[in-house]
Design a protein around this ligand. Structure first.
Ligand SMILES: Cc1cc2nc3c(=O)[nH]c(=O)nc-3n(C[C@H](O)[C@H](O)[C@H](O)COP(=O)(O)O)c2cc1C
Length: 194
């Protein structure tokens, strides 16, 4: 039976509706990206864990691998915060830290681990990596939550609402950036022997 990729896309699409801003620091350099892969990863309420999946193509992947630290931020959907949320999304998700500093453009303070906390985010959890699963084109990181805070209470931004509000030129640029990322992922998937 051939794989019905349309059905697979319907089953798997939209399972994680909240875009998150991931930041880290490695060797004194701070960076971050946007991700739609965030999740909770423990049933123990007093010992929470978070998980993210990062593509090896992205600089943040190598930095989280190196430092073992990530801060996962939710963004705000409130009227007085939405512009800041879109700014974070476009800054971190629109270009690579390899092409220039992104964190310096955002309002931050240092978290417990030294990684930047985005002050205009809705909220965050800061985590130390406790396990990493290498799956060819990407790595799935699970981290123990060491700090958590609600910075700007209210509704959390979902990706559907964000796409409606993002400028068309930015979406075009994002789509263009996605092409080499996808090529790299395919190359890893179909040439790596586990
Ligand atoms: C909404 C959205 C979701 C994304 N989800 C992921 C993801 O789950 N994993 C990932 O590695 N990259 C994801 N990206 C892509 C990175 O954010 C993007 O490639 C970024 O420029 C990488 O920056 P870096 O090279 O500085 O790490 C997403 C981007 C957007 C805008």
């Amino acid at each position: 039976m051939t794989l019905d990729t349309g059905a697979a896309a319907k089953v798997l699409g939209g399972l994680r509706p909240y875009p998150v801003a991931i930041t880290t620091v490695d060797g004194g350099v701070a960076n971050g990206l946007m991700s739609l892969s965030a999740g909770a990863a423990s049933i123990i309420p007093e010992a929470p864990r978070a998980t993210i999946s990062l593509t090896k193509y992205n600089l943040t992947h190598d930095m989280v691998t190196g430092s073992g630290i990530f801060v996962m931020h939710l963004l705000s959907a409130e009227d007085d915060q939405i512009e800041k949320s879109l700014e974070i999304l476009m800054t971190l998700g629109g270009s690579s830290g390899r092409d220039g500093d992104k964190i310096g453009k955002l309002r931050t303070r240092q978290g417990l681990s030294g990684a930047p906390v985005l002050l205009d985010a809705h909220s965050y959890v800061e985590a130390r990596v406790t396990g990493t699963l290498d799956v060819q084109e990407s790595s799935i990181f699970v981290g123990d939550v060491i700090a958590a805070e609600i910075l700007n209470p209210g509704r959390r931004l979902q990706i559907g609402e964000a796409w409606e509000k993002l400028p068309a030129e930015w979406i075009e640029q994002y789509d263009a950036n996605h092409v080499p990322q996808l090529e790299s992922a395919r190359a890893h998937r179909f040439t790596t022997v586990l």
